[in-house]
Structures are given as structure tokens and as C-alpha cells.
Design a binder for this molecule. Structure first.
Ligand code: ASP
Length: 337
């Protein structure tokens, strides 16, 4: 039997953290020490593991888009030599990184499993060991060619996840899509759930820096506040609206600010604050007003997927109109058309 090989890319996060005076923090070389004390990693049913540690290791609250590019570049560099990749990452911004990687890794032919834990591997009672071992197994499975998050017994599409618990082991959900697999006695992919392999070779484009923002609407949000957010050099905005994509319309100046920004070339995308369901700007007059202002419907995308998709599209050099059309299209399973 040929042993499969998985690249374990450690970017930081609780899973490999050490407790210090100021709370948990990443610690270079520490994870390697802990892994060396896990005899189960040499079990023949597991792939062989090659650990790559990023420098500096980050609490994922500190991650920025150029860190996603570094992770994508490392995966691209090693893609042809391994059967799959596990990315160890903090849970706080895992949904953003998993979404970003799904867009950035064009032509991905192997599984990339992003995981982490709520409690460090070094602690006695932790979710780290199970998340790590199951992720390694999934990363060696055939038939997966996309970025997933594995957490607490569930394999989820990376660009569909959102962090739903700050303390529970079941920290992630993909509210608008059933898990790709539920891990019990066996790990079985849901029939037809995995995306088909795309032709071509893996490529990661260099993205230019783009200026984007996300605003969660709230009762009383003013036109002045919106005008401030929409100022140059903003290029893209994820609007987190009410319900099926509605916004306050009593003050026409707020909509006028949005319309002026859209006319100037800002790509404004409508996602819902609700965990489940989708944006449909034709349902209510308060939604139609946004469509009339030129806001693009984000369907059932998470705000995390919408933000990272904007960064990817605009960063790849797309013009605003092209980016608006692509935002409404399914590129990597992130939305239901
Ligand atoms: N603050 C940590 C991080 O995101 C939390 C975690 O990993 O669970 O890196």
C-alpha cells in the first residue's frame, strides 16, 4: 500500500497555542513538539504528515488578505507533491480564510481542509485531537477538489461557513448548505455534494490591495454615516441588510449616497444579516429601493464569502461592472443561483 502524504500548514490559532501571562498566544515550534508526542500520528491508517510552520504564527484575529495569499502560495507550491492539505488556523477568522482560499486556488485538484480548535491541543480536554486526525483523513480522501472546513464531526464547504459559537466545540455551521460529510463511524461524502474537478492546473493570481468594507445595518443608521463609509478610496462594500435584503428607506439621502457610490464604481453587495435564507430585493419596497440604487444581490452568500469574493475579483483587476456580474454568479459553490 502506498502511503498518502498530507501537507500540514500551521498558520497559528488556538490549536497550537500556549498559555502565557496575557492569555493564549501562538508559540513557534510548540506544535511540532506536541505532535512528536502523539504516537497515533504514525498509525498506518493515517497519511504521512509534513508539517510546515508559518512565521510568524498568528492569532487569526491578526490575519489580513496578504496572509491568505501566503497560504495560497504555499499550497500551490506543494500541490503536485501531496495528496491533500490541512491548514491549521484560528477559528476567529477561519470563515474568511476558507472562503478566500476557495476563490484564490483556481484549478484546485486536491482537498484543502481548514481546521483548528476551541481548546489548545496541549490541554487535557480539547477538541484539537479529533479535529486534527479527522482532517488528516479527509485530506487524503479521493474525490474532493475544494476548500472545506472540518470541525466537530462535520465537513463543510469552506465558503459557506460562519462561526456560530465562541465557546462550544461545534463552532461552525454552513447554514445555507447541508454538510458535505458527517463523520461518524465512517467518513462518507454526501452523494453529489462535492464539486467536480475543474480542468487545468492550479494557479494563484497575485492580487492587488483593494479597499473594501462591511456594514451591518442598524435602526437609525444615518446617511452621514453611510457617506463617511462610502468615501474614496472605497472600492467595494458588503451591506449586511435586514431579512430578505431590506434597508431603511425613510431618509432618501441614505439611498442617494449608495446610488452615488455605485455610479462612481463602488461595488455594493447585499447580504442578509439572517443566518439562513437569501436576499431577494423584489420582495419589499425597502429591498427594491436598494436594487434601484444599483446594489448587487448577494443571494445566499455569507457576508464572509461576499467580502473575500469582492477582494478576489477586484484584486484580480476586474472592472466594477464585471465584478458585479460575477458577484451574483456561483464561482465555487458559495451561492445558490
Ligand atoms: N483567537 C483564536 C484565533 O482565531 C481563536 C481560536 O483559534 O479558536 O486564532
Amino acid at each position: 500500500m502506498v502511503t498518502k502524504k498530507v501537507l500540514l500548514a500551521h498558520t497559528g490559532g488556538t490549536i497550537g497555542m500556549r498559555r502565557g501571562e496575557r492569555g493564549y498566544a501562538p508559540s513557534a515550534g510548540y506544535l511540532a513538539e506536541l505532535l512528536a508526542r502523539m504516537p497515533e500520528l504514525s498509525d498506518p491508517s493515517l497519511p504521512s504528515v509534513e508539517l510546515v510552520e508559518f512565521a510568524p504564527l498568528l492569532d487569526s484575529a491578526d490575519m489580513v488578505p496578504s496572509d491568505w495569499s501566503r497560504i495560497a502560495a504555499e499550497i500551490a507550491r506543494r500541490h503536485d507533491e501531496v495528496d491533500g492539505v490541512v491548514v491549521l488556523h484560528g477559528t476567529d477568522t477561519m470563515a474568511f480564510t476558507a472562503s478566500a482560499l476557495s476563490f484564490m486556488l483556481e484549478g484546485l485538484a486536491k482537498p484543502v481542509i481548514v481546521t483548528g480548535s476551541q481548546v489548545p491541543l496541549a490541554e487535557l480536554r480539547s477538541d484539537a485531537r479529533e479535529n486534527l486526525i479527522a482532517s488528516l483523513q479527509v485530506a487524503a480522501m479521493p474525490g474532493l477538489h475544494e476548500v472545506c472546513v472540518y470541525f466537530s464531526g462535520r465537513l463543510l464547504r469552506g465558503n459557506r461557513v460562519t462561526k456560530v459559537s465562541a465557546t462550544g466545540f461545534d463552532a461552525f455551521e454552513s447554514p445555507n448548505e447541508a454538510p458535505l460529510a458527517t463523520v461518524g463511524v465512517d467518513i462518507a461524502l454526501r452523494q453529489g455534494a462535492a464539486r467536480p474537478a475543474r480542468p487545468g492546473r492550479l494557479a494563484v493570481r497575485e492580487l492587488r490591495d483593494v479597499t473594501v468594507a462591511a456594514v451591518r445595518l442598524f435602526p437609525g443608521v444615518s446617511a452621514r454615516f453611510m457617506a463617511h463609509v462610502l468615501q474614496e478610496p472605497l472600492e467595494g462594500l458588503v451591506l449586511e441588510t435586514y431579512g430578505a435584503g431590506n434597508a431603511p428607506t425613510r431618509d432618501p439621502r441614505l439611498l442617494a449616497e449608495l446610488a452615488a457610490a455605485v455610479a462612481r464604481g463602488v461595488v455594493v453587495v447585499n447580504t442578509t444579516q439572517c443566518l439562513r435564507g437569501r436576499v431577494d430585493m423584489r420582495g419589499y419596497a425597502t429591498g427594491t429601493a436598494l436594487a434601484e440604487a444599483g446594489v448587487t444581490g448577494g443571494a445566499d452568500m455569507t457576508p464572509e464569502a461576499a467580502l473575500t469574493k469582492l477582494i478576489y475579483l477586484l484584486g484580480s483587476g476586474m472592472a466594477p461592472d464585471e465584478a458585479r456580474a460575477a458577484m451574483a454568479r456561483d464561482l465555487r459553490g458559495e451561492l445558490t443561483e
